[in-house]
Design a protein around this ligand. Structure first.
Ligand code: FE2
Length: 531
């Protein structure tokens, strides 16, 4: 039975109401609770979010920050405060189904992560927060279908890489209007680098002027990471996408530092010092994402690989290819695939995560399995000039060929034809087939690599030297273009369709959205067909 506690209590005086609420929380209420928090502007400047759905609920998130760029988010008193939350069946909250209170702690930058339970499966709900006289924007969550439910269709978006200085978030605005069941964010939610500075810069060999600028130098401390998230999260298009659908999030490298790997950064920092930075970055990431308490960091480690089941249609495995990986081979430069790339001593997922994934895949009885992760699985070769050697990324799975081929071999042996990979990181769209042996072009799976939301700026399209080289060298690659956007997946029972969405520009707010290419994958027949 749903209890409208707010309505039940309206007859009581405000003081009585407050002491009732405190009693409800007495086990957890800290002694330093600020019982009368006051704000002169709304503390909900960073929006709301939902994520990590279950069949009976989901996480709802917000973070109190009346002046997000100021010290302590502009909060006058750094004390715990109570935040009310409501769940409704409709966006106007004509009936409040559930209401409750949670505590926003200063230790977590006054973020809240409520794990709502007791809802019906497979339907949308709306949520909001309240404190003092302020109400948050309204967000839309969604519960998962029951494990055995027959699900006809799931629509979701894969997106990430949202460098603030390189473009506006028009892609997030478009995603907010897609009416999807969920958003998978593959990482690079923030970039850790310094303010690029005023004027014209040379980026990727081309003149570039930042459309907006980072605050301050490269970030290292918890407060600096918090402020960077605050700066990004004040963007209204990003807030709209969070409010529109539940997100499944994972981090890649820039949430901490460019191309970090396990305990190693790119600068040769001693691992025990890098772990201090990683701990600050992990805490700020947790504080700003709609994650469950099971992802609360323990020092520099966060449990982020996890799975979600959408009825009988799709299991989703969100992977972590940063925390457990071996350091990149050959100095993390683009390089030929020398022996280190094939070494069984080097790993991308770590043994525990690999065992968890292989177990999950071998037991999976859904129509499809989605591997949602960070970097390219395709073994993509390119040349700098017509007769130079073939080069590969050492940061992507192509630098971890032993791990990559173990994964593809497992898929080929146990679940051929029902595994689809969505990834990101490369700042351009790539869609292609996944083959174990390049001499035998029979695919075991497929990959849609979503371009960036803004990283890289407007882009150069699909006829630049990089596009020409990768097209020539990789027959399994079916499409690539250097534009900003996202991948929209429409998963049916027998056909998985994907649209590569692009914007013609992100240097103004007026970018036009279009579909660059569409592909279909037939269940049981791995391989992309033009749709
Ligand atoms: Fe990126």
């Amino acid at each position: 039975m749903f209890l409208n506690r707010r309505r039940v209590l309206t007859g009581l005086g405000a003081g009585l109401l407050f002491s009732y609420r405190l009693r409800q929380l007495s086990a957890a209420a800290p002694h330093n609770l600020d019982k009368k928090p006051a704000f002169d502007v709304s503390p909900f400047q960073l929006g709301v979010a939902s994520g990590d759905p279950a069949t009976d609920g989901f996480v709802i998130w917000t973070r109190l920050a009346p002046r997000p760029m100021e010290e302590a988010g502009g909060l006058e008193h750094l004390k715990p405060v109570l935040v009310d939350w409501d769940i409704s069946e409709d966006p106007k909250f004509s009936t409040v189904l559930r209401t409750g209170q949670t505590i926003a702690h200063p230790e977590l930058a006054h973020s809240v992560h409520v794990e709502v339970e007791g809802l019906q499966p497979d339907r949308p709900y709306w949520y909001r927060f309240r404190i003092a006289e302020y109400e948050s924007p309204v967000g839309r969550g969604r519960t998962l279908p029951l494990p055995g439910a027959s699900v006809q269709r799931i629509r979701f978006v894969a997106a990430g890489c949202q460098h603030y200085e390189f473009g506006y978030y028009s892609a997030w605005r478009a995603i907010a209007n897609e009416n999807v069941d969920f958003v998978f964010h593959y990482g690079d939610y923030i970039y850790e680098g310094a303010d690029i500075g005023a004027g014209v810069h040379t980026v990727y060999g081309k003149p570039f002027t930042a459309v907006r600028r980072h605050f301050g130098p490269e970030i290292y401390s918890l407060d600096e990471y918090r402020r960077r998230y605050a700066q990004y999260k004040m963007d209204p298009d990003l807030q709209a996408a969070h409010a529109a659908a539940p997100w499944l999030v994972s981090f890649d490298d820039h949430e901490v530092d460019n191309n970090w790997a396990g305990d190693t950064d790119q600068d040769g920092t001693p691992p025990d010092l890098f772990r201090l930075r990683r701990a600050a970055a992990m805490q700020a990431y947790y504080e700003n994402m709609p994650l469950r308490a099971s992802s609360l960091p323990d020092g520099s480690h966060m449990q982020i690989y996890r799975s979600f089941r959408f009825g009988d249609l799709m299991n989703t495995f969100v992977l972590d290819t940063r925390q457990y990986r071996s350091d990149q081979a050959y100095g993390d430069k683009e390089a030929p695939q020398g022996p280190d790339v094939w070494s069984p001593e080097r790993t991308m997922m770590g043994p525990q995560q690999e065992e968890w994934l292989f177990n999950g895949l071998s037991k999976s009885d859904t129509r499809w399995n989605l591997l949602a992760h960070q970097v390219m699985v395709m073994d993509l070769a390119h040349r700098k000039s017509a007769h130079s050697e073939l080069l590969y990324s050492m940061d992507q799975w192509s630098g971890y060929m032993y791990s990559r081929n173990r994964l593809l071999q497992f898929i080929g042996d146990h679940c051929p034809g029902n595994v689809v990979n969505v990834t990101g990181d490369a700042h351009r769209h790539y869609a292609g087939n996944l083959v174990i042996d390049p001499d035998r072009q029979k695919p075991v799976s497929v990959e849609f690599l979503a371009t960036s939301i803004s990283s890289g700026g407007d882009g150069v399209g699909d006829n630049d030297p990089q596009s020409q080289s990768v097209r020539r060298e990789n027959p399994h690659l079916k499409a690539t273009t250097d534009r900003r956007g996202y991948v929209l997946c429409d998963v049916g029972r027998d056909v998985w369709r994907a649209d590569l969405k692009t914007l013609d520009q992100v240097s103004s707010h007026d970018g036009q959205l279009s579909t660059y290419a569409s592909f279909a994958v037939e269940r049981g027949h791995p391989g992309l067909e033009k749709a």
